[in-house]
Design a protein around this ligand. Structure first.
Ligand SMILES: Nc1ncnc2c1ncn2[C@@H]1O[C@H](COP(=O)(O)OP(=O)(O)O)[C@@H](O)[C@H]1O
Ligand SMILES: [Mg+2]
Length: 272
């Protein structure tokens, strides 16, 4: 059954694997395809916030919503791009781990915070940029999500880390979030010249089958430069390899993650 709003947690406990880059660029590419998107920056480092061209502002994040001192509607910020909105991060968010852990209902806090936005049906997709740890923010993000998107680098060592997140996924599926899906594994910063790359891709596909996206994201200088200009790479340099890959990925993601948008406007894919 298709839902109006799909909540997707972009997660991997390892840092530097391309989570934030994927959130920013997938969000921008979805918005270009006329999907309404909300990015929630859950990492105190605020890289998604900066990458979308916003500055950190005290009191404007999910943190005061979790604390019950702000309404979620008041922390949603527009970006320079149509259909693309963000709940930024701020320094205070670093305290969220401890604050949430104190709550008895800690697994539900992010789901409850997002509930009014989901119920409003305004957004096709809500993308959660998770911090790089197996902590409580990431766990409660997965508890709130319909799907988890796991970016990983095509390196042998990354395979081990994948076990940790798939175990957590299985625990949530067995209890608090039985509907949670592995939306997919996205291979990032791929360098086809490196000898291990093809072997690692083959191993991941053998283990996870069609849960591995066909699209892979190449290592690309322009993609790593774009955040310092506060722009998604599809706007910073629309023709570079990273931009082309993220646009292709957005199409594959939409096909795998339908919302009511597809039912209401069935001809859209032909337009795109
Ligand atoms: N496809 C890519 N090509 C080149 N550099 C990339 C690519 N994807 C990410 N990076 C760079 O790698 C670093 C880590 O990426 P990031 O998305 O911040 O990872 P994470 O959120 O998992 O910590 C950043 O400096 C980013 O600009
Ligand atoms: Mg990040």
């Amino acid at each position: 059954m298709t839902k109006r709003t799909q909540i997707i947690a972009v997660a991997n406990q390892k840092g530097g694997v391309g989570k934030t880059t994927t959130v920013v660029n997938l969000a921008a590419a979805l918005a270009r395809q006329r999907r309404t998107v909300l990015v929630v920056d859950l990492d105190p480092q605020a890289n998604a916030t900066g990458g979308l061209g916003l500055e950190k502002t005290q009191g404007v994040s999910i943190y005061p919503v979790l604390m019950g001192t702000a309404e979620i509607a008041d922390v949603i910020q527009p970006t320079a791009y149509d259909n693309l909105n963000v709940i930024p991060s701020e320094v205070d968010l670093a305290g969220a781990e401890i604050e949430i852990a104190r709550r008895e209902d800690h697994l539900n806090v992010i789901r409850d915070a997002l509930a009014p936005v989901r119920e409003s049906g305004v957004f096709d997709y809500i993308l959660l940029d998770c911090p790089p740890s197996l902590g409580i923010v990431m766990t409660s993000s997965l508890a709130a999500a319909d799907g988890v998107l796991v970016p990983m680098q095509a390196e042998f060592l990354a395979m081990e880390g994948l076990g940790l997140i798939t175990n957590l996924l299985a625990q949530l599926q067995a209890g608090p979030n039985s509907g949670l899906q592995l939306n997919g594994i996205l291979l990032t910063m791929v360098n086809m010249v490196a000898t291990q790359t093809k072997d690692v891709i083959a191993m991941v596909k053998e283990r996870f089958g069609d849960r591995v996206y066909e699209t892979t994201i190449p290592r690309n200088i322009r993609t790593s430069e774009a955040p310092s200009y506060g722009q998604p790479v599809i706007h910073y340099d629309p023709t570079c390899k990273g931009a082309v890959a993220y646009r292709a990925f957005a199409k594959e993601f939409i096909a795998r993650t339908p919302t009511r948008f597809e039912e209401e406007e069935p001809t859209n894919d032909q337009i795109a």
